[in-house]
Design a protein around this ligand. Structure first.
Ligand code: UGA
Length: 449
């Protein structure tokens, strides 16, 4: 079995490497010469735990190759996966399929013998059918099928998600294509991973519906957190109790500063667009998109409010700029919305992220970058946790409280306990939980003195 993977972004690189681990001969193709050169040496251009080791093993085994020559990679492949980018179009948010169709045209010219072309990028419903048309036009006598096989891996847990998925979705009504894809996913068949064979359209919808549902779940708990703040509730307890209902499940019920990343924002927007286009409005998803955008901005106001409404001339230390832990990805990260609003309001920003500093610099300027959380806290008027990296979960809070100019901590991921923060004398602001003003500790100190 030989496959070609077109596009070595997140999905392409992880899928290609993992397919090689399954025992398949994989050739990964990209137009970026420099990237291919680095990948050949085993250098992974993204931060993804476990991927570099796996890639090194596959390179040594000879099962994975990298090239810029699409033609040679496709010529003897049984299946060709299209995993190129589908960024949102600037004008309307719809997924831009230019790269998908360009890849399809090139594959059409290069394929020899029966070939299954598989769309792996997240693409709007109807794309596989359109790709088939593109290929048929470019190669009227070609022997091929186009199938849809969306990917569900998460950044930061991508290898594990690929190797041990909750399910695999294969959209095709061709028995020949089904057989080829069954062979590609053989190791997962053997370990009884649920594999859903369906139509291409259903497969395409499943991917968007899954991401939109998870984004909705997050947005729901974020709005409940707002209610908790007004009504003296505790969103952590509410979420836990909700999650104990097996029908709801506890996952993706962590209130925070709003979802980000390269997928949820793009896919919710694209689904809303498709709904409007096909006259099946996705009003819930539209509301989610709006609520999440408002939330990211509201987080900046929450920080300003923690200062009594004025941050002019204040030094604010930021911990975490990646959209979530274990990634250097900052796309659509709440930090990219929050930091500029604070800067606009006159605050000086110092910041640290374990992996995303270089990426953040591409979007945000005038930040005083530090080497660790303590350097960020030093003489700052407040410390703000935006991303819940593990290394922020066990900070020496006593030390932090001593080096901060004002003991003010805004925790947008609820990683600390209000009672502990109270004992340390912090003015502690978190999400959906009663605010701790810090007086108690002051009183304690007074009475102790
Ligand atoms: C997401 C999906 O989880 C994957 O299944 C999917 O394959 C991927 O998109 C994609 O379409 O390619 P990812 O974007 O890597 O994966 O990140 P998630 O772990 O889903 O987190 C997304 C955002 O939601 C992050 O900003 C995270 O902080 C936020 N989040 C997540 C919350 O605010 N609360 C939660 O309870 C969970």
């Amino acid at each position: 079995m030989k496959i070609a993977m077109i596009g070595t972004g997140y999905v392409g690189l992880v899928s290609g490497t993992c397919f090689a681990e399954f025992g398949i001969n994989v050739t990964c193709v990209d137009i970026d010469k420099d990237k291919i050169k680095r990948l050949k040496k085993g250098e992974v251009p993204i931060y993804e735990p476990g991927l570099e080791d796996l890639l090194e093993r596959q390179i040594k085994s000879g099962r994975i190759n990298f090239t810029t020559d699409l033609k040679s990679a496709v010529a003897d492949a049984d299946a060709v996966f299209i995993a190129v980018g589908t960024p949102p179009r600037v004008e309307d948010g719809h997924a831009d399929l230019t790269y998908v169709h360009e890849a399809a045209r090139q594959v059409a010219q290069a394929m020899t013998g029966y070939t299954v072309i598989v769309t792996k990028s997240t693409v709007p419903v109807g794309t596989a059918r359109e790709v088939e048309k593109t290929i048929r036009e470019a190669n009227p006598n070609g022997d091929f099928d186009v199938a849809s096989n969306p990917e569900f891996l998460r950044e930061g847990a991508a290898v594990n998600d690929f190797m041990r998925p909750d399910r695999v979705i294969v959209g095709t009504s061709s028995e020949r294509a089904q057989k080829v894809l069954q062979e590609v996913y053989r190791p997962l068949f053997l370990n009884e991973t649920p594999i859903v064979f369906t139509t291409r359209e259903s497969a395409e919808i499943i991917k968007y519906a899954a991401n939109a549902f998870l984004a909705t779940k997050i947005t729901f708990i974020n709005e409940i957190a707002n209610l908790c703040e007004k009504a003296n509730g505790d969103v952590q307890t509410v979420a836990r109790a909700l999650g104990l209902d097996g029908r709801i499940s506890p996952k993706f019920l962590h209130a925070g500063p709003g979802y980000g990343g390269s997928c949820f924002p793009k896919d919710t927007l694209a689904l809303a667009q498709t709904g409007q286009l096909l006259d099946a409005r996705q009003t819930l998803v539209e509301a989610v998109v709006e609520s999440n955008a408002n939330r990211q901005r509201a987080m900046a106001q929450k920080i300003i409010d923690a200062f009594g409404g004025d941050v002019n001339g204040k030094r604010i230390g930021i911990l975490g700029t990646a959209f979530k832990p274990n990634t250097d990805d900052v796309r659509e990260s709440p930090s990219l919305v929050i930091i500029p609003i604070l800067q606009e309001a006159g605050a000086d920003i110092s910041a640290y992220d374990p992996a995303a500093i270089e990426q953040t610099k591409r979007y945000i300027t005038a930040v005083d970058w530090k080497k660790d959380p303590y350097a960020v806290a030093d003489k700052a008027d407040a410390l703000v946790i935006i991303t819940e990296w593990n290394e922020f979960r066990a900070l020496d809070l006593r030390k932090i409280s001593e080096i901060l100019k004002e003991k003010r901590l805004i925790d947008l991921r609820n990683i600390y306990k209000p009672s502990e923060m109270e004992a340390l004398g912090f003015h502690y602001v978190s999400i959906g939980r009663p605010e701790v003003k810090g007086q108690k500790a002051v009183l304690k100190e007074v009475s102790a003195g």
